[in-house]
Design a protein around this ligand. Structure first.
Ligand SMILES: [Fe+2]
Length: 403
């Protein structure tokens, strides 16, 4: 045998060993159903595969022994426009009939790219039991992202809510490496002290969308729609959590206009859930900005088409982003500061991007403003909502309760 052939055989053996130790490219968690009893395990692979992608799961750790897990689901391959970028494929196992407030252990993968190591998640507790989440937006993949995610994970959140401008690929097919870095950052840094993965709930931002003109959202926003497009039947969606909380995740005009179909849906959803104690909205462009002008087009559209509905149904709190500063608004209703019965707007999305300046004087509609990177920690209990804003050094910027 020639030296050349021996070298080739050695290289093939090395590659085979590498493949057998490989894992799926990315695994992340989202919800298309109730977060008390369902979860979507999203498995992203480097390429098309012929063997099915499997998820094995159990309420007890099984150390990756696929035969030992009591439950199993075959993931569904979902064609996405992300494949046009670097051929990555998405496979989703929508687990259902889970027990509320329970830790589940799982492995996911298939023959070619191998299985994940054992991972775990926790279902939401349901009923009137307390839960906790992180809110932030305007992240990207560098700068303060990893330090902020690492601090946020220590809060032991049930989920993370991201209000748009997530990876900053601008809807371009060339965004593969950017999205891989974003998913890796989340997977590695957003791990709770007990080793849980943190599921993701999102609203869309301007940096998720390209300028291609098409009625097909998957072409205008290939990465966002591919990665997070199954949370509802449209890009805007609602999520009821426990007995006392409903979340409206809105699109501030990036794929769907504020008015028309979206405003009609929002009114119908608010009416259907009018007796739910705490109502939250999360979206990208602030109605009450703390950096950009008050009369900016996106802000004005939100105040024209959404604020009257927030007022009519007494929205508890709105989570705003896009301006890359910290702010807490006054309690507002009918475009005025009120003492009770209005909505508090928090923001403004600085979960990784460098902070922008605020005015020398706090604006009339705001209570606090600061040029500071941060995330919000929101504790929801049956009695009320406790909020804290935390900066990139772990220092508390704000603390208050609602209602
Ligand atoms: Fe933005």
């Amino acid at each position: 045998m020639t030296r050349f052939r021996i070298a080739i055989i050695a290289i093939v053996a090395l590659l085979a060993a590498f493949v057998s130790n490989a894992e799926p490219k990315h695994v992340y968690l989202t919800y298309s159903g109730a977060p008390e009893t369902t979860i979507d395990v999203n498995v992203m692979l480097l390429d098309k595969v012929s063997a099915p992608v499997e998820v094995y799961y159990d309420t007890e750790p099984r150390n990756g022994d696929v035969n030992a897990y009591k439950q199993h689901m075959t993931a569904t391959y979902l064609p996405t426009t992300m494949e046009m970028s670097d051929r990555r494929t998405l496979h989703v196992a929508a687990l259902k009939d889970l027990k509320p407030g329970t830790v589940y252990y799982f492995v996911a993968g298939e023959a070619k790219y191998g299985m994940t190591k054992e991972r775990k998640f926790r279902t939401l507790p349901g009923g009137d039991k307390p839960f906790r989440f992180i809110d932030g937006g305007d992240m990207g993949v560098d700068g303060l992202v990893v330090p902020l995610l690492t601090l946020a994970a220590k809060e032991d959140p049930d989920f993370g809510l991201i209000g748009g401008d997530i990876a900053y690929e601008n809807g371009l097919l060339a965004g593969a490496a950017t999205w891989s870095q974003w998913l890796t950052n989340w997977d590695q840094a957003m791990v709770t002290p007990d080793g849980r993965m943190v599921p993701i709930i999102t609203a869309i931002g301007n940096h998720e969308v390209n300028r291609y003109e098409s009625p097909d959202f998957a072409q205008r926003s290939p990465w966002y729609m591919g990665t997070f497009g199954r949370q509802g039947s449209d890009v805007f969606h609602a999520k009821k959590i426990g007995d006392n909380a409903i979340f409206f995740l809105l699109d501030s005009g990036h794929l769907e206009p504020h008015d028309g179909k979206q405003a009609a849906w929002l009114k119908q959803q608010l009416e259907a859930n009018k007796d739910v104690k705490f109502k939250f909205a999360a979206y990208h462009v602030p109605l009450y900005p703390a950096h950009r002008p008050y009369d900016g087009a996106g802000s004005k559209l939100g105040r024209d088409h959404w604020a009257p509905l927030f007022d009519e149904y007494s929205l508890t709190m709105a989570m705003e982003h896009h301006d890359h500063v910290f702010k807490r608004s006054q309690m507002l209703k009918g475009g005025k500061v009120v003492k009770k019965g209005g909505t508090v707007y928090i923001g403004d999305g600085c979960f990784g991007r460098g902070p922008r300046p605020v005015d020398p004087q706090v604006r009339w509609y705001n209570q606090k403003e600061k040029s500071a990177a941060h995330y919000w920690v929101v504790n929801v209990t049956k009695k009320g909502i406790k909020l804290r804003a935390v900066d990139d050094k772990g220092s508390e910027l704000d603390k208050f309760t609602l209602p």
